[in-house]
Design a protein around this ligand. Structure first.
Ligand SMILES: [Cu+2]
Length: 123
């Protein structure tokens, strides 16, 4: 008796290949992600005062608050302010597209706080 393999696995392979090509196509349409880390140490102060990215990237900043009071990370961009706040010993994420090139001030918007730096978005 001859052994015949069912046609289903071949169809499943073809379907998987089509789905995989669709997923790859979707992935290439997303902007490249640029991950950064910025901390506030105990007693205050940002760990970095200069952040550099490229226009067109999707910026993902993990903001670590290692202090005993709340801090904030605010960035004034031409498209508006982007901001995130973090309670003591909490990490927060600030996520935005870098649509404009230039130098933009980032700072802590908590009254009386002086943390600040520059975000440089290059072409
Ligand atoms: Cu602060």
């Amino acid at each position: 008796m001859a052994c015949q393999r069912p046609a289903l696995p071949r169809r499943m392979f073809a379907l998987t290949a089509i789905l995989a090509s669709l997923l790859v196509g979707c992935g290439s349409a997303l902007p490249p992600e640029h991950r950064l880390e910025l901390s506030v140490a105990a007693g205050g102060g940002y760990s970095l005062t200069r952040l550099e990215i490229r226009r067109g990237e999707q910026v993902v900043i993990t903001f670590h608050n290692r202090d005993t009071v709340a801090h904030n990370l605010s960035i004034e961009l031409p498209t508006g302010r982007r901001a995130v706040s973090a309670e003591p010993s909490v990490d927060a994420i600030l996520n935005f597209p870098a649509n404009d090139s230039g130098s933009f001030r980032f700072f802590c918007a908590v009254p009386g706080h002086t943390e600040a730096g520059v975000l440089v978005i290059s072409e």
